[in-house]
Design a protein around this ligand. Structure first.
Ligand code: COA
Ligand code: ZN
Length: 307
């Protein structure tokens, strides 16, 4: 099988670092983002303009944006929860804001300290503020495939939130499986319905590998017509306000799968593997990604010698 190219947005320095107990030094974050950009990413979610009390690991978002070299052709994105975050993102000259609200009321209260309706009301004010700024906008429906507190979330409710985003003039939409509750059949059905509202070029799928279904869900989404996916180097990641959260799908594992299947990603897989192998130095522990440990399928081993 070969197929249409897949766009992978790198989120390790945002979704990945937000849950790490260690504070990764600003200079290390900047160096990693620049190195990631050099491997060919057209989109990198750099950091979050959230409360530094809520997520101390990303308190240096403005310094990180000031430190990175802007590679032409790469869109540098920041997660924004509320109007104050949007003002900070604007001042930091981000290319795009990613506004986040959960479909689950319980998760949004735990994560954002307000109801989803209050979050979305804030997005309306943010869209007013950003008018004429030239910034691109994306909004995420978190817990779109299930909530760790409430369980299943009705697809109709998820799609109604997508429609509210579009009605505000938000350009891109992400459906996020915040704690890896999605399964391929559910993904196929929800993506098919979402694509009736948002074209594939503006729809992103955000999967976590919490239950080992991450890449299966990517294939289900791809089969249903989705072409844009979030992934984190090394498989880092997780929401600090969702019990049991674990890593995003792993960038280099996803890029390897795509390459083996003849699906172009535009990424330098060898360079990605090199960067992933350096992650334990930054975060102080082993990371879940598998291809960086096993090597690529083409990395053959010497033939054992007979005794
Ligand atoms: N950036 C920095 N500071 C912010 C901020 C932002 N975007 N939004 C609010 N604050 C500050 C306020 O200025 C205020 O500061 P003060 O105590 O010095 O006066 C303080 O935070 C409380 O403000 P309030 O509006 O009452 O916010 P809150 O405490 O209800 O928190 C959020 C709401 C959304 C800011 C917070 O829950 C948050 O940052 N959540 C993000 C969680 C996250 O990143 N999850 C993972 C990714 S999905
Ligand atoms: Zn996530």
């Amino acid at each position: 099988m070969t197929g249409d190219a897949m766009l992978i947005q790198e989120v390790a320095t945002r979704d990945g670092f937000q849950i790490e107990p260690v504070f990764v030094e600003t200079a290390d974050k900047v160096a990693l983002i620049d190195a990631l950009a050099a491997t060919g990413f057209s989109r990198i979610e750099v950091s979050s303009f959230v409360s530094p009390k809520a997520v101390p690991a990303l308190a240096d978002a403005a310094e990180v944006f000031a430190g990175i070299k802007r590679r032409p052709g790469t869109v540098y994105v920041a997660l924004v929860p509320n109007p104050k975050g949007a003002e900070r993102a604007l001042a930091a000259k981000v290319d795009e804001v990613n506004l986040v609200a959960s479909v689950s009321e319980t998760h949004n209260r735990a994560n954002m300290g307000m109801t989803p309706a209050a979050s979305i009301e804030g997005f309306g004010r943010i869209m007013e503020t950003l008018k004429g700024s030239g910034l691109s906008t994306n909004a995420t429906v978190a817990t779109a495939f299930g909530c760790p507190f409430e369980g299943d979330q009705p697809a109709d409710k998820v799609l109604a939130q997508v429609e509210r985003y579009l009605a505000l003039g938000i350009e891109g939409v992400t459906l996020a499986d915040t704690t890896g509750m999605a399964n391929p059949r559910q993904v196929e059905a929800l993506v098919a319905r979402a694509l009736a509202l948002v074209p594939a070029g503006r729809l992103t799928l955000h999967f976590h590998n919490t239950r080992g279904l991450g890449l299966a869900n990517v294939l289900a989404a791809y089969g249903a017509g989705a072409r844009r996916f979030d992934a984190a180097l090394g498989g880092l990641g997780g929401c600090p306000f969702a019990p049991g959260a674990t890593g995003n799908i792993c960038t280099e594992d996803l890029a390897n799968m795509a390459e083996e299947m003849g699906i172009a990603t535009g990424l330098d897989l060898e360079a990605l593997i090199g960067l992933s192998r350096d992650l334990p130095r930054l975060v102080g522990h082993d990371v879940p990604g598998q291809v960086a440990k096993a090597g690529r399928p083409s990395d053959l081993h010497p033939i054992p010698q007979a005794a």
